[in-house]
Design a protein around this ligand. Structure first.
Ligand code: NAD
Length: 358
């Protein structure tokens, strides 16, 4: 049996490349899931994976998710991802940025990278000194919904957050008959580049927040800003929150057993670890917004940057406001009609769209 098949997340990926750099003593993996029109886009994640196997599992899942995201957003580009086994809080330096660029350059332009968890706008800016195969650099503060968050959240992530918020409103309407956040409660897990702006959208729309993050500076900042309509809980307690909506915005893999919400909808890639987890949510009557549809705002933005005509913010906003809600409505309509859980409906439509491309 080929080695690749030994990891259950292997999905016929076109290429996996493993890199090691002696100078920084770090390893990275880039996985290309599918090339469409000869190219792929997908972020680069920096995370202190406990084992190489864990990193490989993550990159295989994330890259397959990127193809799903692009195909469902009708973007003519395939999915890929990079992961670097390192601590994003203390391992970053010039040599590390050079190493990341070397990995990307080794693929000769088939893979265009962007930000992800642990790899933020200032990092992308540093890596861009050594590679041109990087997007996410268009970061005009005036175009941000929340310019004052520019020290913790870039334009790409705020576009992801905007799409997630619009998607949450679709879910609220499906479940409660009204898309208002007033009087509703939301558990936001992770207050990073996407989670913080999502929490602020919810707060501004009148929602009550329960928040958790491993970084206490972030929960302190959020608690000070959102005041009495926000409570902070531990990263374990957040799963058992009695809220209307669970909003996963960290590294995915939500704990289903404790789920007692009506909706799960957030920015996290791989929010579900398995199709069976999605079935369990469905059986509990919880509406799940497929991650690769609701969180596609950032990919849409990065894709717009790579177009010949250059970045057009107005056109991007149009696709976020129009296409993300429409895509979710389509999935939920089909799901209801066929009594097939939303995540399985999304997978079925993705497979059909992918087959039509081949
Ligand atoms: P980030 O690194 O900026 O934020 C992640 C946050 O989660 C951090 O504040 C971190 O401290 C916190 N965290 C980590 N483990 C946690 C835990 N166990 N419990 C609670 N909090 C925890 O990353 P991000 O860019 O906001 O990405 C978050 C998720 O959204 C990731 O899954 C990413 O792949 C996905 N995503 C991001 C974008 C984007 O535009 N940035 C686009 C699509 C999807």
């Amino acid at each position: 049996m080929p080695y690749a098949y030994l990891n259950p997340e292997f999905d016929g990926h076109e290429l996996e490349a493993v890199f090691f750099n002696k100078k920084v003593n770090k390893s990275a993996i880039i996985a290309i899931h599918r090339k469409i029109q000869g190219r792929t886009i997908g972020g680069f994640r920096i995370y202190p994976y406990p084992t190489f196997h864990a990193a490989r599992t993550d990159v295989l899942r994330l890259s397959a998710g990127m193809t799903r995201k692009a195909v469902m957003a009708n973007l003519p580009v395939g999915g890929a991802k990079g992961v670097l086994i390192a601590n994003p809080d203390c391992d970053k330096n010039e040599a590390l940025y050079q190493f990341i660029a070397e990995c990307i350059n080794a693929l000769g332009g088939q893979y265009v990278t962007a930000e992800d968890a642990g790899f933020h706008y200032p990092d992308a800016f540093e890596v861009a000194k050594y590679t041109r195969h990087i997007a996410g650099l268009a970061n005009n503060i005036d175009e941000m919904p929340f310019p004052d968050l520019s020290n913790i959240s870039d334009l790409t992530s705020q576009m992801t957050a905007l799409g997630v918020f619009e998607g949450i409103r679709v879910c609220l309407r499906r479940v409660f008959g009204c898309n208002s956040c007033e009087g509703r409660s939301f558990a936001v897990q992770g207050l990073g580049k996407t989670g913080y702006p999502i929490a602020r959208f919810i707060h501004q729309a009148g929602g009550r927040l329960v928040i958790a993050d491993i970084d206490q500076e972030k929960t302190k900042r959020a608690s000070a800003e959102f005041g009495g309509s926000c409570s902070v809980v531990s990263i374990e307690e957040i799963f058992a929150s009695h809220v209307d909506v669970f909003v996963p915005c960290s590294l995915g893999g939500i704990t289903i057993a404790e789920a007692q919400y009506r909706i799960v909808a957030g920015s996290a890639n791989n929010a579900l670890l398995s199709m069976e987890d999605g079935d369990a949510l469905h059986q509990k009557g919880i509406l799940y917004a497929p991650d690769y549809i609701i969180n596609s705002g950032g990919l849409r933005k990065v894709y717009f940057e790579t177009l010949n005509g250059g970045y057009n913010h107005g056109a991007l906003l149009h696709t976020i406001f129009e296409e993300i809600p429409k895509a979710l409505e389509t999935i939920f309509d089909h799901s209801e009609k066929k009594n097939l859980p939303a995540h399985r409906t999304a997978e079925k439509i993705y497979q059909e769209k992918l087959a039509a491309l081949n």
